[in-house]
Each structure stands twice: as structure tokens, then as C-alpha cells.
Design a protein around this ligand. Sequence first.
Ligand SMILES: CC(C)(COP(=O)(O)OP(=O)(O)OC[C@H]1O[C@@H](n2cnc3c(N)ncnc32)[C@H](O)[C@@H]1OP(=O)(O)O)[C@@H](O)C(=O)NCCC(=O)NCCS
Length: 194
Amino acid sequence: MPGMTQPEPPDDGTASGHTLAVERVGDFTDDDLNALCEATNAAIIEGGGFGWINPQGRVSLESYFRGLLLVPERQLFVGRLDGVIVGAAQLVRPPRNNEAQAFAAQLQHAFVAPYARGHGLARMITYRVEESARSLGYHVLNLDVRETQEAAIALYESLGYIRWGVHPAYARAGGRTIRGIHYYKLLQPGGRIA
Ligand SMILES: CC(C)(COP(=O)(O)OP(=O)(O)OC[C@H]1O[C@@H](n2cnc3c(N)ncnc32)[C@H](O)[C@@H]1OP(=O)(O)O)[C@@H](O)C(=O)NCCC(=O)NCCS
């Protein structure tokens, strides 16, 4: 519920013998872009998230991520396990013409590669995105997931996201229509939105 006690955000550091870190990306080194593309395709192949159904060619993925850094409304955050990028998420700000929803941002395209899951990195990435949204003055963070993304549902519900609706025709994958679960979280102390 809004205003409920939330778990404390972890500091960047070590967990389960691994070093975890999350950062906002302003530019890519070749190694980082390579690792991000590898992690993205691994997540796509495993079947969860990011919108893509089929693995993408390296040129296409590199163009996507390089282009992403040029979009003013989007911030890209990456998670590192032992220094290597293995996951990401995007904070999406509303367009300037949307004054009526200027208080709300979106968390999109969160994923952690299958080979890096279970270390708390997605939770750390989510906290970092929330922190950035809060510092930019947003009061609400919205997100949505396919109902088949059980780990993501558990993650966001454990972090206090409120399920407010179900979209019956949200996505198509594997020849079937999949429902979408929509969530929001109030970001500011006391849950106020103005
Ligand atoms: C959802 C996802 C990002 C979680 O990544 P992760 O780094 O393994 O998650 P974390 O280790 O930070 O887990 C944090 C919490 O999420 C929940 N969680 C994560 N994986 C889970 C699983 N397989 N089953 C149940 N709960 C799970 C748990 O509450 C967990 O806390 P705990 O370890 O203290 O029990 C990852 O599974 C993924 O990329 N899935 C496919 C893409 C996707 O669904 N993206 C989200 C929407 S676009």
C-alpha cells in the first residue's frame, strides 16, 4: 500500500561473494556495449522481457543502444556483476506536451541476463531508477509486465509496486496472446502526488 514500509535500498557493494554495481550510462566503451548486447540476447533467448521475441543481430542491437543514449526522455541504467554489464533498465520521462502526466515517469525494459540472476541486481537497478526519478521530481513510477514474467511480478510486488490493472491483450508471444499486469509506485514521502 502507499506509504508502507519499504526494504532499505542496498549500497553498491558485494553480495553473495560477487560485486554488484549500478550506474547510469552516458557513453559506451566497446567492452561495455559488447557485454550489454550479449546480456540482452541472452535474456531474449531465455524468453523474458525487453519486448523482443527473437534474438537480434549485433549491428541492430548496437544501433539500438547507441540511439537510445540520444533520446532525451530516456535514461539507461546498467547493472554490473563483477564489473561486467549483465542487465539494464530504462527510466522514461513523459514528453513535454503531456503536462497532465508531468508528475509520472515509467520504468521500462528491465532485465538481468539469466547467467547473472539471483544476486539482487534487479532490485538494485530498480532502486537506482526510482532514486533518479525521485531526484528529477517525479511522484509516480509506472511499469507493466507480461503476466508470464513471474520473477518480475514477485520483484516489483516485493518493492511495493501496486497492481492496478490487467490488460487482456497486452502482448503476443509464441502464437498466443498474453495479459499484461500494470503497476505504479508513489515515490515521494507520504505518497503525495502534488
Ligand atoms: C525479473 C528479473 C529482472 C529479476 O532479476 P534478478 O537480478 O534475478 O532479481 P533479484 O536477484 O534482484 O531478485 C530480487 C527479488 O525479486 C524476486 N525474484 C527474483 N527472481 C525470482 C524468481 N525466479 N522467482 C520468484 N521471485 C523472484 C524475489 O522477491 C527477489 O528477492 P529475494 O531474492 O530476496 O527473494 C529477471 O528474472 C529477468 O530479467 N527476467 C526476464 C525479464 C523481465 O521479466 N523483466 C521485467 C519486466 S520488463
